[in-house]
Design a protein around this ligand. Structure first.
Ligand SMILES: Cc1cc2nc3c(=O)[nH]c(=O)nc-3n(C[C@H](O)[C@H](O)[C@H](O)COP(=O)(O)OP(=O)(O)OC[C@H]3O[C@@H](n4cnc5c(N)ncnc54)[C@H](O)[C@@H]3O)c2cc1C
Length: 466
């Protein structure tokens, strides 16, 4: 089938093997990254393919208990979102099952009866490997459709970019062509839900129970009360942000005592909301000033897609070796500098430092799964200052970031941590420990924002038993 006949842009589509579409019982959409039914190019492509071949569509999600660095906090959020997905697909007449177990085996089973397989796009190393394996092992055509970047990563740039200043003009040149609605196509043929197993939409708790019985990491509790998962909640959050807080977004970007940010990171990370939806929504919002819109679009498109560009083109994205040469060199040359404080990972994780601002940020992350961008910057810079070596700091930061943030384990996590070590930044004035890497001081927080109000806000939200 010629992809030109479908409404999804060619640049979003990659064919992962040279197999043909064959006779089969359904078109299979293996949902993994884009966990939503709205503004999901992979889903719409799969619907069109199914309609074209007069077949039903079957959506499959595989739950694995040992997903890299995932714990109860992440799983709970994801499962809440998947229930939302399943209900929404049912309303469109599309069957979905969520199966627990070995991903490759479950996919192989489902693929045997498929005419073709569609998958969505993930940018991290393991996500890309899984798709490669699926393409290699399948007896039918496997097509990957990219839906989690506004401008597809390879279209935006064929190489790793130096910073926002080099990616921005490339994205801006293409943006209009990609800021397009994604119309939903009705399915022509329905697959009976009885034919497949998985989450029973009338009794979703059973699947949650079955999954909970698996050997998942329970070391980090759910934050469902603060961040309930799913597209429905994500959209409410966006509406609430636009109505009550977006007006202060540009002005308060370095004011962590305010809540004038969207808190949409976790929903984006799990693909529960589309960056394209957010961009179109903010752009069309008549009540917001041009400055607010421009600032938000810069974050949601340029900054976010700079992170995607980084992990896509830098295979070392989760190691100290990913840093630009000047940054690694300057940090290493200051390895012998005297450090006034050196904390172990355990002390940091227990928020036992001399710095009440930093301790508050760690507590916020632990108890809410979230932290304001400005505090994330300060939080990371201080770990560099208080670690034995920059390599140690890099490992500790990724460990804490990915363990506690709901939006951890994201391209933004790796780019955000590496930014603290000089990635996507420029050299600054030479100073101890940091060399020419940008430094942040507690006195800067005191001067620029109401940091005491931030500490009070965090303390007020922490359970008494802590
Ligand atoms: C050390 C460090 C670690 C970070 N770890 C993560 C992480 O684990 N996961 C994560 O998603 N982001 C991370 N970030 C980037 C940023 O801090 C968060 O995306 C943002 O704070 C999420 O909150 P929000 O959704 O309320 O942001 P908003 O300000 O409302 O922005 C909306 C969206 O725009 C994007 N965005 C905003 N700021 C940035 C930025 N600086 N870089 C890239 N994209 C951005 C995000 O997708 C964000 O959800 C990190 C930044 C630093 C400095």
């Amino acid at each position: 089938m010629n992809p030109d006949n479908l409404r999804i842009q060619n640049s979003r589509i990659r064919v992962l093997n040279d197999k043909l579409v064959r006779k089969g019982e359904y078109i299979l959409y293996w949902m993994q990254q884009s966990q939503r039914t709205e503004y999901n190019h992979a889903l719409e492509y799969a619907v069109e393919l199914a309609n074209h071949f007069d077949l039903p569509l079957y959506v499959l999600f595989v739950l694995v208990a040992d997903y890299p660095e995932a714990n109860l906090r992440h799983y709970t959020f994801m499962l809440e979102g998947l229930l939302d997905v399943q209900q929404s697909l049912l309303r469109r007449g599309i069957a979905m099952s969520v199966k627990i177990g070995d991903r490759d085996r479950i996919l192989r089973e489902a693929e045997k009866r498929a005419a073709a397989v569609v998958c969505d796009m993930g940018y991290l190393r393991h996500q890309r490997l899984w798709r490669k394996i699926l393409g290699q092992n399948s007896g039918c055509r496997v097509i990957c459709v990219e839906s989690d970047a506004v401008v597809p990563v390879e279209t935006a740039s064929p190489k790793m970019e130096y910073g926002a200043y080099t990616l921005r003009p490339k994205i801006n040149r293409l943006l209009e062509a990609y800021l397009r609605e994604v119309p939903e196509t009705p399915v022509k043929k329905e697959l009976s839900i009885r034919k497949i197993q998985g989450i029973d939409p009338k009794n979703p708790e059973k699947v949650l129970d079955a999954f909970s019985a698996q050997n998942i990491d329970r070391s980090v509790p759910s934050v469902s009360r603060l961040f309930p998962g799913g597209t429905t909640h994500a959209k409410h959050r966006v509406e609430e942000f636009i109505k009550n807080r977006a007006a202060g977004y540009a002005e308060n970007s370095n004011q962590p005592q305010t809540d004038d940010v969207s808190h949409i990171g976790p929903y984006l990370h799990f693909g529960q909301i589309s960056p394209l939806y957010l961009a179109l929504k903010m752009r069309g919002e008549g009540t917001l000033t041009g400055e607010v819109k421009q600032r938000f679009l810069e974050q949601i498109i340029v900054r976010r897609e700079l992170s995607i560009n980084f992990v896509y083109y830098n295979p070392d994205y989760d190691h100290f070796g990913c840093l630009p040469g000047w940054a690694a060199q300057t940090l290493t040359s200051h390895l012998g500098d005297k450090r006034d404080y050196v904390y172990t990972r355990g002390q940091l994780e227990a928020a036992e430092t001399h710095d009440p601002y930093w301790n508050a940020s760690l507590k916020e992350m632990k108890h809410t799964g979230y932290m304001h961008n400005y505090m994330r910057m300060y939080w990371a810079k201080k770990v560099i200052e208080w670690s034995k070596s920059p390599e140690d700091a890099f490992k500790t930061l990724l460990y804490l970031n990915n363990k506690y943030f709901l939006d951890g384990r994201d391209p933004n996590s790796y780019a955000g941590v590496a930014w603290a070590f000089g990635l996507h930044d420029r050299p600054w004035k030479e100073r101890p420990i940091f060399g020419m890497v940008r430094y942040m001081a507690a006195t800067g927080l005191e001067r620029k924002c109401d940091i005491r109000a931030y500490v009070e806000k965090v303390e007020a939200g922490i359970p008494v038993s802590d």
